[in-house]
Design a protein around this ligand. Structure first.
Ligand code: 0RA
Length: 653
């Protein structure tokens, strides 16, 4: 640091009563990190990035910034840089230190002293960048503002020197580099490029006109300009392009994507929607760029607006005259992909995962906006309108058939004991918290699993061959399917019947671990994907509650004399063979059926030795896109995905 720079120190770092309180706030974040970022696992780790980027997005929403660069550095520290106004560095009168220091070290300071800007952060994100600071062992904030470059560094949330100027600039903006504290994120600090990439893409769709780049300095790419793996996300048309992206592997019913954009009662509402030839309803809702998994008032407002408007149109068109039964809400949403995005000044988040919008006023705002603009659209596009109403009628007819099938499932599953499927080998334990259900491909592997299991707490349900591909099947076919009915009854879950909520009822769930156990080959992976698709489309709550797992059977048994060891991949196999110093016998397991009961227990079912992969959903929209691709009609994108992700590559080599 030069002498000149020292003169520029805006204020001396005085410890007033308030700043001592701030330190206590930061201590609280470090003591109870989950209260602020959800968890201290992989999700919480990525949450740190979202938090900082959200602040830049806020600047963009206020019209002050159009470029955000995110870099994963070699040491898993993250650098974000925006071209916004820069965090103010002048004296914060009340705190007696620089505003930058207040923003960085005081919990909840955020942009409170900036009344003009349109601040909407809140809820899950929007806890403030001070939380990121508290949970980083090192953070450097660099502000480009008023012709100068300002800097301050922190360790575990505490400033290590007062804000100083380190040079001159013509740029404007804020740069933050933070390294997650490994004493807090004990599980891992390894960032996933894919997870960040999905979120940055989503943010670019939700905030059109903003350029977001992601660079991974851990991964070299000689073909790219920077020399590193990187992507640039930019969307001109926002949600319209988001819907196009999501439905890239589905067949669109109408030529146009319907886009609605406006403000009602001071609430900005944006919707994009299109019907496709599938049978699934595919809605994604956002509040202040946060994905509201559990829906809420904006989603119910959308549904109401859609139903009343389409119903009115269909009624006046006379197209419903020949129909012998009423068209219902669901019928209007079969094969519909839609994104609903609202900005709410003081969002109230409710629900189990705090991702359900509670603000009552939002419902009417969205419903009105959708009604008005959809009415106009239908008037102006009579051809599209006709196609949509025809789709609704088909859906109503199919639902009529599906209701009966679903009622059968329902009746069977509420009967619980006595009504359990004949193929289920149940466990003797009654407490769901310790019970496990293994879904096993085929009767023969089912038999081995039945012999190998601990019958006290492990139940086995064999599934016959390839289960139904629900991605391509109409609802009533799904509920009529024998294997699927068996899963509902064995699990003891029921389906909500309320118009607004087809939510799964987990109160009577009989097992808290549901383990999919398939062969480690192409067919096994396919069956695994089919079962996961079913869970994602019809029992998503089970995945979200963390109940769904995949078993990982070994690929090899390496033997020499009396010594034997299992290997889960080629590297392990070779290492074991080396340690036995040659002359080994290697058995390649082609399927579960080749293992005897004891081997299956030892390697795959025994809780003390097995590895279970828990299924989680990082991004609902991305999961939706991937399933529609893997299980849909279009072959080329599926092949490309499989090649890119080398899903089965090692396994069948
Ligand atoms: C407080 C007030 C102002 C801007 C910001 C915070 C701000 C924060 C972050 C975090 C990342 N990038 C950011 N950019 C800006 C308003 C400043 C003014 O009125 O000029």
């Amino acid at each position: 640091m030069s002498e000149e720079a020292k003169k520029d120190e805006p204020i001396k770092n005085k410890y007033s009563a308030d700043s001592i309180q701030a330190l206590e706030g930061m201590e609280h974040v470090r003591m109870r990190p989950s209260m602020y970022i959800g968890d201290i696992g992989i999700r919480g780790l990525h949450h740190l990035v979202y938090e900082v980027v959200d602040n830049s997005i806020d600047e963009a929403m206020g019209g002050h910034c159009d470029t955000i660069n995110v870099t994963i550095n070699e040491d898993n520290s993250i650098t974000t840089k925006d071209n916004g106004r820069g965090i103010p560095v002048d004296l914060h009168k009340k705190e007696g230190v620089s505003a930058l220091e207040v923003v960085m070290t005081k919990i909840g300071a955020g942009g409170k002293f900036d009344k003009d800007s349109y601040k909407v952060s809140g809820g899950l994100h929007g806890v403030g960048v001070s939380v990121v600071n508290a949970l980083s062992d090192h953070l450097r904030a660099t502000v480009y503002r008023d012709g100068k470059i300002w800097e301050q560094e922190y360790e575990r949330g505490k400033a290590i020197y007062p804000v100083k100027s380190i040079g001159e600039t013509t740029e404007r903006g804020t740069q933050v580099t933070f390294h997650p504290d490994e004493t807090i994120f004990t599980q891992t600090i390894e960032y996933s490029y894919e997870t960040l990439s999905n979120r940055m893409r989503e943010l670019s769709f939700l905030n059109k006109g903003v350029t977001i780049t992601l660079t991974d300095k851990r991964q070299k790419d000689k073909d790219s300009e920077s020399g590193y793996l990187n992507e640039t996300f930019y969307s001109d048309e926002g949600l319209k392009e988001f819907v196009k992206f999501l439905d890239g592997n589905r067949e669109q019913l109408t030529k146009n994507i319907i886009a609605i954009e406006g403000e009602k009662n001071g609430i900005p509402v944006e919707v994009a929607m299109v019907y496709n030839t599938s049978y699934t309803e595919n809605l994604h809702s956002y509040v202040n760029n946060i994905n509201t998994h559990e829906g809420g008032t904006h989603l119910s407002g959308f549904r109401r607006g859609l139903t009343t408007t389409l119903k009115k149109y269909a009624d006046t068109s006379g197209m419903l005259d020949k129909l012998k039964f009423e068209v219902q809400g669901d019928d209007f949403r079969e094969g519909l992909t839609a994104i609903i995005s609202v900005k709410v000044a003081e969002p109230q988040f409710e629900g189990q995962t705090k991702t359900k919008l509670g603000n009552r006023e939002v419902s009417a705002a969205v419903s009105q906006a959708v009604s008005e603009m959809l009415t106009d659209y239908l008037e102006e596009h009579p051809d599209d309108a006709k196609i949509i109403v025809q789709k609704v009628i088909l859906a109503a007819q199919a639902r009529h058939a599906a209701t009966k099938a679903r009622e059968m499932v329902q009746r069977k599953s509420v009967m619980s004991i006595g009504g359990l499927p004949g193929k289920l080998s149940d466990c003797s334990e009654q407490d769901p918290a310790i019970c496990e259900l293994f879904l096993v491909e085929g009767d023969s592997a089912g038999g081995t699993a039945k012999m190998g299991r601990d019958r006290n707490f492990q139940a086995i349900l064999p599934l016959r061959g390839k289960i139904l591909n629900v991605e391509k099947a109409m609802q009533h076919k799904v509920f009529e399917n024998e294997e699927i009915k068996n899963m509902y009854t064995a699990l003891g879950v029921t389906i909500g019947t309320e118009e607004d909520s087809k939510a799964l009822n987990l109160d009577k769930l009989r097992y808290h671990k549901i383990v999919i156990m398939c062969d480690a080959d192409v067919d096994g992976s396919h069956i695994e994907t089919l079962i996961l698709t079913f869970f994602f489309r019809y029992m998503r709550e089970l995945i979200e509650a963390g109940h769904v797992y995949i078993a990982t059977p070994p690929l090899y048994l390496v033997k020499k004399g009396a010594k034997k060891q299992y290997a889960w991949n080629d590297k392990e196999r070779d290492a074991i063979a080396d340690s036995y110093s040659g002359g080994v016998n290697i058995q390649r397991y082609k399927g579960l059926g080749e293992m005897n009961a004891e081997q299956l227990w030892d390697t795959t079912m025994n809780p003390n030795f097995r590895t279970l992969r828990q299924i989680t959903i990082d991004s609902g929209s991305e999961a939706d896109r991937v399933f529609s691709m893997l299980m849909g009609d279009e072959v080329p994108p599926r092949r490309e995905f499989i090649e890119k992700n080398a899903l089965y590559a090692n396994i069948d080599a």
